[in-house]
Write a protein that binds this ligand. Structure first.
Ligand SMILES: [Zn+2]
Ligand SMILES: [Zn+2]
Length: 265
């Protein structure tokens, strides 16, 4: 069962707060806060539409969804890093049929290099999950390391104490497509399921005490893990972006990220 516990507002506040620290990630966090705000606007628009619920068939839902496209594009164009702003401009000037094809293509076979489709469809997929719908034109395999609701890849993992009796915390993965989370084995690769302790490596720096790289030597993939037992008010999706310097370490050591985040890191 996948659930979403964080509101858009708590994510926006956390990105604002972290951007005020003024370190090397200030710019990307300032942009991420604005992007989250426009994702929230898409979500609110869909949610407040009277007499309408998403059907789960993106091709049927697109006529409604299309209405909130220009606003999110403008945000990315004016505040995004150069490559994303460029992508926003090319989507703005593309024929609407091509934009539909891009969104439908992403929905059927998600890819983390399709920044715009991912950013735009996250609020749609979330509202689809919360309103009791199911994706109907998206075919995916049931796998432990994929979102049970939509089949999306994990964006980040996190540890939290769920039961009072547990001291070390339970591990969950957060879906890159609908941002819901689901429970996962505590010591296992989030990509290939490897459990061998000698194959799994962890890396963290004092600068980000509550975030670590969780890397696997069997498949050579990694994901970041946010430890809420160390920092309870961290917001995994946002703290993952803020810990961008850790991605450099992982790349230098030959690991590939399971899913790039919305900032393209
Ligand atoms: Zn999902
Ligand atoms: Zn692996």
């Amino acid at each position: 069962m996948a659930v979403t516990t964080e509101s858009w507002d708590t994510r926006i506040q956390r990105a604002d707060e972290l951007s005020r620290r003024g370190d090397a990630t200030k710019e990307i966090l300032t942009f991420y806060a604005k992007l989250l705000q426009s994702q929230k606007d898409v979500y609110d628009f869909l949610r407040s539409r009277r007499g309408w619920l998403p059907s789960g068939s993106l091709s049927d839902d697109l006529p409604v969804l299309r209405e909130c496209l220009p606003a999110i594009l403008r945000t990315v164009e004016s505040d995004g890093p150069a490559p994303l702003a460029e992508e926003a401009r090319s989507v703005m000037s593309a024929a609407s049929g091509m934009v539909d094809e891009m969104l439908l293509g992403y929905w059927r076979a998600p890819s983390d290099t399709q920044f715009f489709a991912k950013a735009f469809l996250q609020p749609y997929a979330r509202w689809l999950a919360e309103s009791g719908g199911q994706p109907v034109d998206r075919i995916f395999e049931r796998q432990e390391s994929r979102c049970p609701f939509c089949g999306g890849m994990p964006q980040v993992s996190f540890l939290q104490i769920r039961e009072v009796s547990s001291e070390s915390g339970n591990r969950d993965l957060i879906c890159a497509t609908c941002t819901a989370n689901w429970p996962f084995r505590r010591v296992a690769c989030a990509y290939c399921g490897e459990e061998g302790p000698t194959k799994l490596g962890y890396y963290h720096t004092p600068e980000f005490d509550h975030v670590r790289i969780e890397a696997c030597d069997t498949c050579k993939y990694y994901i970041k893990g946010v430890d809420l037992t160390r920092l309870g008010f961290a917001i995994p999706l946002v703290d993952e972006v803020a810990a961008a310097p850790l991605d450099l370490w992982a790349q230098e050591h030959g690991y590939t990220k399971i899913e790039l985040n919305l900032i393209g890191l």
